[in-house]
Design a protein around this ligand. Structure first.
Ligand SMILES: Cc1cc2nc3c(=O)[nH]c(=O)nc-3n(C[C@H](O)[C@H](O)[C@H](O)COP(=O)(O)OP(=O)(O)OC[C@H]3O[C@@H](n4cnc5c(N)ncnc54)[C@H](O)[C@@H]3O)c2cc1C
Length: 275
């Protein structure tokens, strides 16, 4: 088996999240692969639409149930457009898992602040699920999510369920509200004004880099250390194993040194063009 070995997986479920965004569940066809496969929250798989191409996608299912994989896919271009047509029973190709996961061990016993923007919430769904399954092991959970417009709000029912969970607060905001919007108005970094941040909290973020840069600065101002802030980066990639160089981020490869990095590691590169 090489890092490029593809494993067939059968689609077992298909759910429409919103226009152009679907969540698929799948299981490896080979029972041996199903038994052996393990992943951490925050890692990604390469999913292959046979004859079309392969794309990196975060694993949103729970690492405690590695036999069932879940991926949320947004239609972006050539490959993801074909994936939107996948049906229950179809067989696709999966290789992985790849990359670094979220620091779930370091987070144990601490408050966790999850910050997401736009459609970038897939990588942290796994974190939230992980914490809920082990609720006593973590402190307060604050989930902050900002979208440009109300239609961009995915997982609406998940946010509502999370809001009802013990020691959990959910803050949703948009900068372009419509009449249906019941939550806050503004950009996600405005939410920090109403958040009492324990400086020993650990932060996990994903979304547009400009949002993460401002969020990291606001959190630093509230006393959170650089190495308690983690973020998941997205870059185009082909191999996912640090060979092709597409995802190189100066001396780092997003595919194997990331996608989850500590802010301390990448802050000097943040906002620098042409890396
Ligand atoms: C580690 C990682 C995890 C990801 N997780 C998810 C996920 O859970 N769900 C999801 O829907 N998407 C995720 N993505 C993004 C997804 O891989 C891309 O949308 C996909 O590769 C686009 O392929 P395509 O052939 O459909 O589009 P293309 O035809 O290749 O591109 C369409 C448009 O999207 C842009 N684009 C393509 N790939 C990327 C990228 N990696 N970063 C930024 N812009 C890009 C292109 O520049 C172009 O404008 C992730 C990416 C990475 C690197």
């Amino acid at each position: 088996m090489t890092p490029y070995t593809l494993h067939p997986a059968r689609i077992t479920g298909r759910r429409v999240e919103t226009e152009g965004i679907y969540t698929f569940t799948m299981r490896f066809v080979d029972p041996e692969r199903r038994r052996a496969y393990r992943f951490q929250a925050g890692q990604f798989n390469m999913l292959y639409a046979f004859g079309v191409g392969e794309v990196p996608l975060s694993i949103v299912s729970d690492p405690a149930e590695p036999g069932v994989l879940e991926h949320t896919i947004r239609r972006a271009g050539r490959v993801t457009r074909v994936m939107m047509g996948w049906k229950v029973g179809d067989v696709i190709g999966v290789r992985g898992p790849y990359g670094t996961g979220w620091p779930m061990e370091a987070a144990r016993g601490r408050d966790v602040i999850v910050v997401t923007g736009g459609l970038g919430c897939a990588p942290v769904v796994g974190v939230v699920n992980y914490i809920f399954r082990r609720r006593d092991e973590y402190g307060a959970l604050h989930i902050l999510h900002g979208v440009k417009k109300p239609d961009d709000l995915l997982y609406r029912e998940r946010f509502d369920a999370w809001r009802r969970a013990p020691r959990t607060r959910v803050y949703l905001t948009t900068d372009r509200p419509d009449k249906s919007w019941r939550y806050r108005i503004g950009v996600v970094t405005d939410l920090f004004d109403e958040l009492a941040v324990d400086p020993s909290a650990i932060v996990m973020m994903c979304g547009p880099e400009v949002m993460m840069r401002y969020a990291a600065q606001s959190l630093q101002a509230k006393g959170v250390a650089d190495d308690s802030i983690y973020l998941s980066l997205e870059r185009r990639m082909e191999c996912a194993v640090g060979l092709c160089g597409h995802c190189q981020y100066r001396e780092h490869f997003v595919c194997k040194d990331g996608p989850v990095f500590s802010y301390r590691t990448v802050k000097a590169l943040f906002g620098t063009g042409g890396l």
